[in-house]
Write a protein that binds this ligand. Structure first.
Ligand code: DON
Length: 309
């Protein structure tokens, strides 16, 4: 079913786009610096296959931290929650997404949650498979199934650009290795992690994945339970408590939807039992979340009373 462009959504997009001016595209991963800060698009995907959109929803972007929720779901299925939470915590942190500070001041120094970089690196480390290629392929197949789109792959230029510059993430890995939380070759893990973050799709794909989370891990269109209900529940809980890092509290109050952001400007939302949302708006605020994307979600949540609370 084709996605219907919506005049109602277009009005909200134009209002939210004015916020993009206050943001900046991420350039610590050099290849992301080429994005157009004024871009803003949204797709909403319903369980019956209907889809409504505004903006250029076919434009591709990389998942970056949005991938962290999906790798978490895969690892929870691979290893079970007890094993996973022996290695990564469940608590939000008031620190930025790439902070190393809390690792030094908590004992044992396991990352506080799977949404910050240190926690996500531990999660990626736990993806099963014998080689980086096999582990990436397992993650890609899982994503392709949720999006119902077999062509989803990763952007090699962006993966390479991050691989060359991921010094802070390497530092996090070495710290975790020193404390026996990781036991993998750091270059190998950074290779897999940067490819995971560079998985590329458009807003329609992202909204469809959000819809699967919203529907408790079941794809209502194929009838398949893609992940156990409990795995979807854990992921959505992290999206609420940690999905926007140290902006998660404000996000819960103003918007109240399980959502996950990435530094490319993507946001995936999952409105429980109702629909999935995919947003792309690359101008970021100080905490690394899409400014216009957050504003758009706020307008949407207020106009249609989407808050869970
Ligand atoms: O590891 C990084 O820094 C990036 N690949 C992902 C960070 C990110 O998307 C943070 N989100 N807003």
């Amino acid at each position: 079913m084709a996605c219907q462009s919506s005049d109602e959504l277009k009005v909200l997009v134009e209002e939210a786009r004015t916020c993009a001016k206050s943001g900046k595209v991420a350039d610590y991963i050099p290849a992301l610096g080429k994005a157009n800060p004024d871009d803003l698009s949204i797709a909403i995907y319903y369980p019956d296959g209907r889809c409504v959109s505004a903006g250029d929803v076919e434009k591709k972007f990389t998942l970056q931290s949005v991938s962290k929720v999906i790798s978490l779901a895969l690892v929870l299925m691979d290893r079970g929650p007890d094993y996973v939470f022996e290695h990564v915590g469940m608590e939000p942190t008031g620190e930025p997404f790439n902070s190393i500070g809390k690792l030094e001041t908590t004992a044992p120094s396991k990352p506080l949650n799977p949404m910050i970089n240190s926690g996500a690196l531990v999660v990626t480390h736990m993806i099963k498979g014998d080689t980086v290629e096999e582990r990436l392929q397992r993650l890609l197949s899982f994503i392709q199934e949720m999006a119902s789109h077999t062509k989803i792959g990763y952007n090699e230029e962006i993966a390479r650009s991050e691989f060359k510059t991921a010094h802070l993430n390497r530092a996090l890995c070495y710290f975790l290795k020193q404390h026996n939380i990781l036991d993998e070759d750091v270059e190998q893990l950074i290779d897999l992690y940067t490819k995971q973050c560079a998985i590329e799709m458009n807003c329609l794909d992202l909204a469809r994945i959000g819809m699967v989370f919203a529907m408790d891990g079941r794809d209502p269109l194929s009838g398949k339970q893609i992940m156990p209900v409990d795995v979807a529940r854990i992921c959505k809980t992290f999206m609420v408590t940690c999905g926007m890092y140290n902006e998660s509290g404000e996000f819960a109050i103003k918007i109240g939807i399980p959502a996950k952001s990435g530094v490319s400007g993507g946001i995936m939302g999952a409105v429980p039992g109702r629909f999935g949302i995919g947003i792309f708006g690359p101008a970021l605020g100080e905490k690394g979340n899409s400014v216009a994307g957050m504003r758009l979600l706020e307008l949407l949540s207020k106009n249609y009373q989407l808050s869970m609370f």
